[in-house]
Design a protein around this ligand. Structure first.
Ligand SMILES: [Zn+2]
Length: 254
């Protein structure tokens, strides 16, 4: 039975004019070669980052306002503050093959500069910051940006990440740097270390700094999820939040 619907309607050219190359050979047999000649394709992405020890801050909820000042003298672009993500962005991930997560991520971060978005892609991918509970203050720290404003692979981005210690309610700050993309350069790691030390010095120089502390990420505590902060109205994306990630006040259980 002829498959009429496969024929294109083309009045100017009859079907016989189709390229003969597409037709099978006269014998109808195709011999497989001994070896397949493969054309290789690959992309190597390299993301790296470093975080320092934590610095305990005795400031109370006003502490957030102090964060941008810790980048002064090191920032090579505008200093941006990325706040913890509210509950509607709890699945946000910079992974384009997962459209729902990627869409949340874009909706949450399209307002930020290309430098901050690049920093978040790198640092979230390697799990150096977690916006479920971190506040992240970010800038370009070293290197160049391209004509679209995005950092080159060897440019170093970062700043200070802060979260509230679940045991004491103190703010814990840490220095964070990151870099990466389609390439690696040998001296980036060394420059990254140097910048990390400079950031840590700035954090420790803050008037509210008490001293170095081990960083313990907020741990799961069943039944505390989905709380809305009575002080600032923030609905945390962090199921474990004991202190409001945004304003640092203690969350009340309803
Ligand atoms: Zn709050």
């Amino acid at each position: 039975m002829p498959l009429d619907f496969l024929k294109r309607k083309n009045t100017s050219e009859p079907d016989a004019s189709q390229p003969a190359a597409a037709a099978p050979g006269p014998t109808g047999s195709v011999v497989l070669p001994e070896e397949v000649v493969a054309q290789d394709f690959q992309l190597k992405l390299y993301y790296a980052g470093k975080t320092s020890e934590g610095v305990r801050m005795r400031t109370g909820p006003q502490a957030m306002a102090e964060l941008p000042s810790m980048l002064v003298g090191l920032a090579k672009s505008e200093i941006e503050v990325v706040e913890p993500l509210p509950i509607e962005f709890s699945q946000a991930t910079p992974t384009i093959a997962r459209p729902s997560e990627a869409m949340q991520w874009l909706n949450a971060h399209h307002i930020h500069s290309p430098i901050t978005r690049h920093a978040l892609v790198v640092l979230e991918s390697i799990d150096a910051v977690d916006l479920a509970f971190d506040t992240f203050v970010c800038s370009l720290l070293d290197g160049e940006i391209d004509t679209s404003g995005y950092p080159e692979y060897n440019a170093i981005v970062g700043g200070v990440a802060a979260h509230w210690d679940e045991a004491t309610g103190d703010m814990i700050c840490r220095a964070v740097v990151g870099w990466g993309g389609r390439g690696v350069r040998g001296d980036t790691d060394r420059i990254g270390n140097k910048l990390l030390a400079s950031l840590l010095t700035n954090i420790l120089a803050n008037q509210h700094a008490v001293g170095l502390t081990a960083i313990e990420r907020p741990v799961p505590a069943a039944g505390r999820g989905g709380l809305v902060c009575a002080h600032c109205g923030f609905a945390s994306a962090h199921e474990r939040a004991f202190y409001c990630p945004k304003c640092g006040m203690r969350l009340l259980r309803g």
